[in-house]
Write a protein that binds this ligand. Structure first.
Ligand code: DGJ
Length: 550
């Protein structure tokens, strides 16, 4: 046993050594995103965010915020997404109070966790509910958006330099403070504003907004469209109008509600980017924005118009060079469809919010494996009852153990054959195939097994797995409720199962090298006597499998 452990540790040492050489290319102690490998780096090392976002008000009292940490620990989080409320941080103009930020940092450090701060500044879910009283009570100085009928809304207008500069001053104060106090780099990323978008109409209709709508489309947007090879709502409308190089919004994109949405998207995005840019100039933490996903059939304004949604990515990408990621918030069952739209080479996937439910575990495995998600984070995580029983907590415990291998697989897949993938299965999609070069793996929902009692259930739970190719004939599986069989993709040989071991990795804190600690050998009933690999439903495991050809 000792020799086997030693062999695994030695093999991993070689891999990790190679990887750290690659990781060391960009030496910096400030967290950053490596776009090719789609990973967040913290202290020069890849960092997988096993996260959870606090309920909106949980960080609004130091006592309350401190009391929820046992729940977060029990869920095996390594990262907590914590709001910073403009009105509590700057209760009087120019007088800042960072007590709540200090409390969050102190608690996170004590629990060995990292933080993502959410800047609840000008907008939170389209509204301006977290602006300070001195802003709310002075609409002459801080103008509000108006609807189509000219009625004022409780929403700061993006067409006001006063609004923007007040937000920038506050956000800059926060970033200056973090730069000063966060020498340990506990805060690893910042969300700028929250679910921006205009309601209840497609755009702002105050006088400044109307003047801007009748003015010309900004040159930066036109030149982005000229260089773009994408076909989406924005580029299509522009090309349909004759690919004009100047003109009003109506001339360039056509006279429609879609154009009103393009217009407000541009201005919301420019404003948000100006806030992000001011912060980055002080302390360049990675930034992202989150999107409220729209439902099919609704018009802009019936959903938050102009937010960072996939059909507006041309506008958001053109307008926000200082925002690293556009992220989806999932309160919507179409998980795969939306991730397909959000994830691209230019937009790594980070899931900052998802409704808390048992399927979170399966979705975490799937999104980290298939979309190389940098992190996953259910909303209102601190409201979990019996956190030790929650599937995601069990999944996070095992995922934490294999995080260095996930990082290494992502790194070694850049520009080469893919070494990591994931699946999400349910009753509608009972099986899937993934191909790793010469090996094809079929993955099935465990309820498809003829002896599974679950098959009779009307609704099958979602199950998921993450798969990493470790070497020519060795794979690591992590997840629950998934059964895998293996084929030679070229169909020249048959593949047999030499061995399957359950186990976990532990990391020596000093060297950061993971050591495989095998548990049971699973070569009997558990693998149907060598016919398949099974991650049992309801359990969360890591299994290493070695194949042979015959
Ligand atoms: C999405 C928002 O971003 C969160 O702050 C919160 O309001 C949730 N919706 C509530 O479902």
């Amino acid at each position: 046993m000792f020799m086997r452990k030693l062999r695994y540790a030695a093999a991993l040492l070689v891999c990790i050594f190679l990887s750290t050489q690659a990781f060391a290319v960009r030496e910096t102690s400030i967290p950053y995103i490596d776009k090719p490998s789609k990973q967040l780096f913290v202290s020069g090392q890849p960092y997988l965010m096993l996260g959870g976002e606090l309920a909106n008000s949980s960080a609004a009292s130091s006592a309350y915020l401190t009391k929820i940490w046992p729940t977060l620990n029990a869920l095996h989080l390594n990262t907590v997404l914590v709001p910073v409320y403009w009105e509590l941080m700057e209760p009087q103009e120019g007088k800042f109070d960072f007590d709540l930020v200090d409390t969050a940092i102190k608690n996170a450090r004590a629990a060995n966790m990292k933080l993502v701060l959410l800047w609840f500044g000008s907008w939170k879910n389209s509204m301006s509910c977290y602006t300070p009283a001195w802003v709310k009570s002075d609409p002459a100085r801080f103008p509000l958006a108006e609807n189509r009928d000219g009625k004022k809304q409780a929403i700061l207008s993006p067409f006001s330099n006063n609004n923007l500069q007040a937000d920038i001053r506050a956000y800059s104060a926060l970033l200056s403070y973090l730069k000063k106090v966060d020498t340990e780099k506990t805060v690893v990323m910042i969300q700028v504003e929250n679910e921006v978008g205009m309601l209840p109409d497609a755009r702002d209709f105050n006088s400044a907004a109307n003047a801007a709508y009748n003015g010309v489309v900004p040159e930066e947007l036109i030149s982005y469209l000229q260089q773009s090879k994408k076909t989406d709502a924005v580029t299509s409308a522009w090309r349909k109008q004759g690919s004009l190089t100047s003109g009003s919004w109506r001339q360039v994109f056509g006279d429609s509600i879609a154009t009103e949405e393009f217009f407000i998207a541009w201005h919301l995005a420019r404003y948000t980017n100006a806030v992000a840019a001011a912060g980055k100039a002080i302390y360049p933490l990675p930034t992202y924005v989150n999107a409220a996903l729209n439902k099919a059939g609704l018009l802009p304004g019936q959903y938050p118009s102009g937010g960072p949604l996939p059909h507006l990515f041309s506008i958001w990408k053109a307008a926000t060079p200082d925002i690293d990621i556009l992220s989806p918030d999932f309160y919507n069952p179409l998980f795969t469809q939306w991730n397909d739209l959000f994830y691209s080479e230019e937009n790594p996937l980070f899931i900052p919010e998802i409704k808390m439910e048992d399927s979170n575990a399966a979705k975490a495995y799937f999104s980290i494996g298939h979309y190389k998600a940098m992190g996953f984070s259910p909303f209102s995580i601190d409201s979990a009852k019996k956190p030790e029983d929650i599937p995601l907590g069990k999944a996070y415990r095992h995922l934490a153990s294999i995080a260095p291998l996930i990082a290494q697989a992502k790194m070694n897949s850049v520009g080469k054959e893919n070494l990591i993938d994931g699946v999400l299965l349910d009753k509608e999609r009972q099986s899937a195939k993934v191909v790793f070069g010469d090996i094809e793996i079929t993955l099935k929902h465990e309820f498809t097994l003829s002896w599974s009692s679950g098959a009779k259930q009307e609704i099958w739970p979602e199950v998921g797995a993450l798969i990493i190719r470790l070497s020519e004939k060795e794979f690591l599986f992590a997840g629950s409720g998934v059964v895998a069989t293996f084929k030679d993709a070229a169909q020249k040989n048959t593949l047999g199962i030499e061995s399957i071991w359950e186990g976990d990795y532990t990391r020596d804190k000093n060297s950061n090298v993971p050591t495989w600690n095998p548990g049971r050998l699973l070569n009997g009933d558990e693998s149907h006597q060598g016919r398949h690999l099974n991650l049992p439903y309801g359990e969360y495991q890591n299994q290493r499998i070695v194949l042979y050809k015959y």
